[in-house]
Each structure stands twice: as C-alpha cells, then as structure tokens.
Design a protein around this ligand. Structure first.
Ligand code: ACO
Length: 328
C-alpha cells in the first residue's frame, strides 16, 4: 500500500518585521515580558489589504518547485486556516483559482494550530486508499487583522504573526518511508478557552454596537497547561506506535505557540532542546502555518535528511491536538 511522502516544502512571510518594542504603540507591554514569557522577539505582519489565499499561493509555488510539480499535477488542495479571506467560501477555492486550476477539489479545515497535522492525516488517508496521488497542503494565516489592538488585547495580541507554509504530499511505495502514523484528538468542552467568538451565526450583525469588532479570548494558563500535557501525550503515542525511543528521533517539530511549552516537553522526555526545531523568536505563533514554516526552514538548513525519523505535534484552539511520525 502506498504511503504519503512530503516531496516539496515552501513558506512565505510578509516582509514587514514587527519587533516586541513596536507593540508598545498599542499595549502596556515590554520586550522583556514577551520574550521571557513566550520566546518571541519579533513577528511578521502583512501590509493591508492582504489575502490569506495569496500568502498560501506564494508558499505553494515554492513547494511545487521543490517537488518539481506543476499546479495541474495537484489532485487535491487542503487549506488549513483560522483566518480565511471570507466567512465563506473557504480560502482553498481561492487558492485553487489563483493556481490557475479549474475544477481541482479544495478542502478547507478549521483546526487552528493543529491544522497542518489534521491536514497531513487527511492527505495520508486519501493517498493510502489510492484516491489521490498528489496533494497540496497549505497552512496560511493573516492574524494581524483580528488581533485586538485595545489595551485589554495584549495577552493574545503579542503572540501571533502572519505567514504561510505549504507541503506537496505524494504517494510513495518505498517501504518504511513517509508518514507512518498520525493521531488526532479534540475536546470541544474547552472551545471557549481560546476563541474568537464573533463574527458568529449566533449574533445578528445589525444588532451589534457600532464598535463591532473581533475580540479574541484566551485563558493563557489553562491553554498552556493543556498544551504541555496533550502535546506530550501525542508525542508519546507516536513514539509507542513506532516503537521508537525518544532519543532515536532525529527531529521534533512542535507547533510554535510558546518556547516554554516546547521546553516543558523536552524536559519530560529528557531530551536536549537541539532535538527540537524552533523559530518562534522570528515569527511568533503563525497557527496553521507554524509547522510547515518550521519544516521548510529545517530542510533549508540541512536538518531534515533522507531516512531521518521525525515527529510532528501540535495543540491549539478547539481544543484540538495531534501528532505524526514520519521517516524523511
Ligand atoms: N505584556 C505585559 N503584561 C501582560 C501582557 C503583555 N503582553 N499580557 C498579559 N500581561 C499580564 C497580565 O495582565 C497578568 O497580570 P496580573 O498578574 O497583574 O493579572 C500577567 O501579565 C500574567 O502573567 P503570567 O501569569 O506570568 O503569564 P503566563 O506565564 O501565563 O504567560 C502566556 C502568558 C504567554 C499567554 C501563556 O499563558 C501562554 O503561552 N499560554 C498558551 C498559549 C498557547 O499555547 N496557545 C495555543 C495555540 S494558539 C491557537 O490555537 C490559536
């Protein structure tokens, strides 16, 4: 049976760099607070107006180039984002059109920071059944437009950045290569601990006050606690399924929400931080784009080599979480 192999990777981040100190224009905050609490030094923000699908396009073009594929080779597009261009339709169809494709199916998924892991699992299942051979998986976010710039928005506002990452996923018959296993979880009981509740189908827009705007909410401590526990469990089940020891994994790529979450997981498994690829200091939390951006940079830096054992894991709003075990 064929399994899914990542054959192309690409990323795009907007050129505008926003340093921690730049956020003092909106918030009572400091570089010291942000860096010590999260590991973030700067993030990228788009110049408005911008399109999430377009960010995805730039990353997808790079990924297609690396995989030596044309847009017409794509059998399915999977688009993961929490910041789509429109309330509906999803950004997947917009990307399909931007790629110059006519009827290629496009599937949007709403799994926030776990979007890439969910998308990889979906791609893997389609490839295993033989339905599709070449899948484009994109994670793209424009978050600087939903951030709350009012003083009370500082807890969430300092953490997020814009960007996109993409992977071309192809069928391979090479035994023991590609995606070996994925594990997915969610727990809607915690949906309101990290959410943007408006705009929503529960509210009639014309009844809202004039200052209508998005108000992201995050119970930071609760999210942190669950993220450490659940990502740790997701890594554990990936290791147990593959019968890998923590040490024999060449690279761990964990969702970039907070460097302290990664440190806590590294400590739990008694692993050095060098086993983990991190770039949160440069981009902040880019949600669905975080893992494919990490993978692209890790590959560019020579940290992903043929035969390497790799574990991906993510946790985010939903709550949703999961992991994937791959041999590169
Ligand atoms: N600058 C300065 N002070 C701030 C800021 C800020 N930007 N934001 C909050 N504070 C204040 C708070 O008001 C609070 O003050 P108080 O104690 O007087 O009430 C204090 O700082 C809170 O500080 P800590 O308790 O030390 O904060 P904590 O260590 O919990 O760190 C953080 C906060 C960084 C948000 C952390 O909780 C976190 O990373 N949580 C998890 C985030 C995450 O994993 N998200 C998941 C993915 S996101 C997705 O799926 C969309």
């Amino acid at each position: 049976m064929a399994s899914a192999c990542i054959t192309g990777l690409g990323m795009y981040v907007p050129p505008k760099v926003v340093k921690n100190d730049d956020l003092k224009a909106f918030y009572d905050t400091s570089d010291e607070w942000i860096y010590t609490r999260s590991g973030i030094q700067e993030r990228r923000w788009v110049e408005e107006p911008a399109s999430t699908a377009e960010l995805g396009l730039y990353a997808a073009q790079e990924a297609l180039k690396m995989a030596n594929k044309k847009p017409s080779d794509i059998d399915l597009i999977i688009f993961a984002t929490l910041s789509p261009d429109m309330y509906f339709p999803g950004s997947g169809v917009l990307l399909q059109n931007l790629l110059g494709l006519e009827t290629t199916p496009a599937l949007d998924i709403r799994q926030q920071c776990s979007g890439f892991i969910y998308g990889l699992s979906i791609a893997d299942q389609y490839i295993r059944t033989g339905m599709y051979q070449t899948i484009l998986l994109v994670g793209a976010e424009i978050q600087s437009t939903w951030i709350d710039y009012n003083p009370e928005g500082r807890t969430v506002g300092v953490l997020f950045g814009d960007g996109a990452g993409a992977a071309v996923i192809e069928a391979t018959n090479a035994p023991g290569r590609g995606v070996l296993s994925t594990h997915l979880y969610s727990q809607g009981a915690y949906a309101r601990e990290l959410c943007v509740a408006e705009p929503s189908s529960a509210t009639r827009r014309h009844e809202l006050p004039g200052s209508y705007g998005m108000r992201p909410y995050m119970n930071g401590k609760e999210v942190f606690r669950h993220a450490v526990q659940r990502m740790g469990e997701a890594v554990q089940i990936a290791l147990a399924t593959q019968k890998w020891s923590p040490e024999e994994v060449d690279l761990y790529v964990l969702h970039q929400a907070n460097i302290r979450i990664v440190q806590a997981i590294a400590e739990f498994f008694h692993l050095p931080m060098e086993k983990f690829y991190n770039n949160i200091h440069k981009y902040g939390n880019t949600t669905a784009a975080s893992i494919p951006i990490c993978l692209t940079e890790a590959w560019q830096e020579g940290r992903l080599k043929s035969g390497h054992k790799v574990i991906l894991a993510a946790f985010g709003s939903g709550f949703t979480w999961g992991s994937a075990a791959l041999v590169w």
